[in-house]
Design a protein around this ligand. Structure first.
Ligand SMILES: [Fe+2]
Ligand SMILES: [Fe+2]
Length: 276
């Protein structure tokens, strides 16, 4: 197999089945600094999946709205560009469907669980829940890309229950890069904002080295996806002694049972936004 470099990965990306043309156009339009919300709304409306998800999320308790949002323009403003961009990216890469496309086992559950974990942490730190939700949802995009690039090689060496830290070492051996690098290259290629690219690129690095006065988005994603890893497919949480250390790494001194109950509630909310 040819090792993946930025150049080969870019070439491979062209071959991926990007089914959703509207989603790609949404990503391109969001590139334009002068983009008008009305133009974006008009384009999104041509895709029922994106429209439904944006409206559902805008009307959810997630953003604490009291009045109902029925217009797509208002929904875009409510959920923010980073969330719209992430939904579009997930649709473009066919991450929303498990039918007919190859995704590693448990990929989607881990994505949603991690989005719940990052959201809980962002709320606790009074940071943007939209950015944290987006970064959490997309943080393991690289896993899907490597798996799709060579499914046989991936599945022969990486098992679904292998800890991610161990899988990363195998990925480097098999593909020449790991899933953090693969996702960072891809997100850079589709011009995702730097702050989201960095958060995804660093999500397996130790948190403490990265921030001094205040945790940043990448620290939130690192800890949020670890918390997400404790959420079972049925929505329960397997608490561990590690939780206190993880919360401490973000400067949070909160009983882990409080976080467990917030994770359970948020996971069920997030599952509701994503499913149509
Ligand atoms: Fe990861
Ligand atoms: Fe992960």
């Amino acid at each position: 197999m040819t090792p993946l470099t930025p150049a080969t990965l870019a070439a491979e990306l062209q071959k991926l089945p990007l089914h959703n043309e509207t989603a790609l156009r949404v990503i391109a339009l969001l590139d334009d600094p002068d983009v008008e919300v009305t133009d974006l709304g008009r384009l999104i409306q041509t895709d029922p999946g994106l429209t439904t998800r944006a409206l559902k999320l805008a009307n959810s308790t997630f953003f604490g709205r009291r009045t109902e949002v029925t217009a797509i323009d208002k929904a875009i403003v409510a959920v923010g560009f980073s969330t719209v961009r992430t939904f579009a990216l997930a649709a473009a890469f066919d991450l929303f469907t498990e039918k007919g496309v190859s995704l590693p086992k448990n990929f989607w559950h881990h994505a949603i669980a991690s989005a719940a974990g990052t959201t809980v942490m962002a709320r606790r730190l009074r940071m943007s829940a939209g950015d944290a939700f987006s970064a959490g949802l997309i943080h393991d995009l690289g896993v899907a890309l490597l798996h799709r690039y060579d499914t046989t090689a991936y599945e022969s060496r990486i098992t679904p229950d292998m800890p991610e830290e161990e899988a990363i070492l195998v990925e480097r051996e098999v593909f020449g890069i790991d899933h953090c690098q693969a996702a960072a290259m891809t997100l850079t290629e589709v011009r995702f904002p730097r702050v989201l690219v960095d958060a995804v690129a660093l999500h397996h690095d130790p948190v403490r080295r990265r921030w001094r006065s205040r945790p940043d988005l990448s620290a939130v994603v690192t800890i949020g996806q670890l918390l997400g890893g404790l959420i079972t497919p049925t929505g329960g949480v397997v608490a561990t002694d590690q939780m206190d250390i993880w919360l401490g790494a973000l400067g949070l001194n909160i009983p882990s049972r409080t976080i467990v109950s917030e994770l359970v509630t948020t996971y069920s909310e997030v599952t509701g936004y994503i499913a149509i």
